[in-house]
Ligand binder design. Structure first.
Ligand SMILES: [Zn+2]
Length: 226
């Protein structure tokens, strides 16, 4: 029996119960083609594992991946974040609904992350995870919405963030795969080809799983486009 940790919200000071870390280390059995982990056990457990990554304040909806310990805000930043969170439409509509939507903490983490100027790649990772949770919950419209947002952040990160070769190839592949899942097959094929090129340029022979994935998903996109 572990005692659950509480931490004050860096924005409004509310004492927040952090997600139970015990559930975060779920046993994964492989990954889907958009790198969503497959968890052993029931679908609901998978959602719980994914959600355990995010800490969200229930009063102001400030949210981060991990816990609040690394968050250090100036009073101005605090005010700005509080305003941004209070003005967000989705948080306004779904923030007090019970039971809460499973994607809400991820959306809150994206809004908070934008307010803290997190790198675009980090925002993309948050939206990608939100899309995984939506898929596990069979919420198709929100899955697509978060995939679209992940693509936008990832493309910006390719322009702005210094990505190591390995990460670069994975991000480029993901932009392709998310496009394919959204039915944009030609876009997807272009991005898969780009991903292959970045692997060649980066001399990434060791990443055979990614090579295999690019090849399989390219074939799939070609078949779907026909
Ligand atoms: Zn708060």
């Amino acid at each position: 029996m572990g005692t659950r940790a509480h931490e004050p919200c860096p924005v409004c000071g509310t004492l927040v119960r952090l997600p139970d870390r015990l559930v975060s280390g779920g046993v994964t059995v492989g990954r889907e083609s958009d790198l969503c982990p497959r968890f052993r056990g029931r679908q609901a457990d998978g959602v719980r594992h994914l959600k355990a990554e995010i800490s969200m304040c229930p009063s102001c909806h400030f949210a981060v991946r991990g816990d609040f310990s690394g968050v250090d805000l100036t009073p101005d930043e605090r005010d700005e974040l509080a305003e941004r969170l209070a003005g967000d439409g989705l948080l306004k509509v779904f923030g007090s609904a019970s039971p809460g939507r499973p994607w809400l903490p991820f959306h809150a983490a994206e809004v908070s992350g934008k307010g803290r100027d997190l790198p675009a790649r980090e925002l993309g990772e948050i939206c990608l995870r939100a899309s995984w949770v939506c898929r596990k919950e069979l919420d198709r419209p929100f899955e697509s919405a978060f995939q679209t947002r992940a693509i936008r952040h990832f493309i910006r990160s390719l322009k702005e963030d210094p990505l190591p070769d390995r990460t670069l190839s994975v991000v480029v592949y993901l932009v392709g795969e998310l496009n394919r899942r959204l039915g944009q097959h030609r876009e997807a094929l272009n991005w898969y080809a780009n991903a292959e090129r970045t692997m060649r340029d980066g001399g990434l022979e060791g990443l055979t799983w990614l090579e295999r994935m690019i090849e399989e998903q390219s074939k799939l996109a070609e078949a779907e486009a026909a």
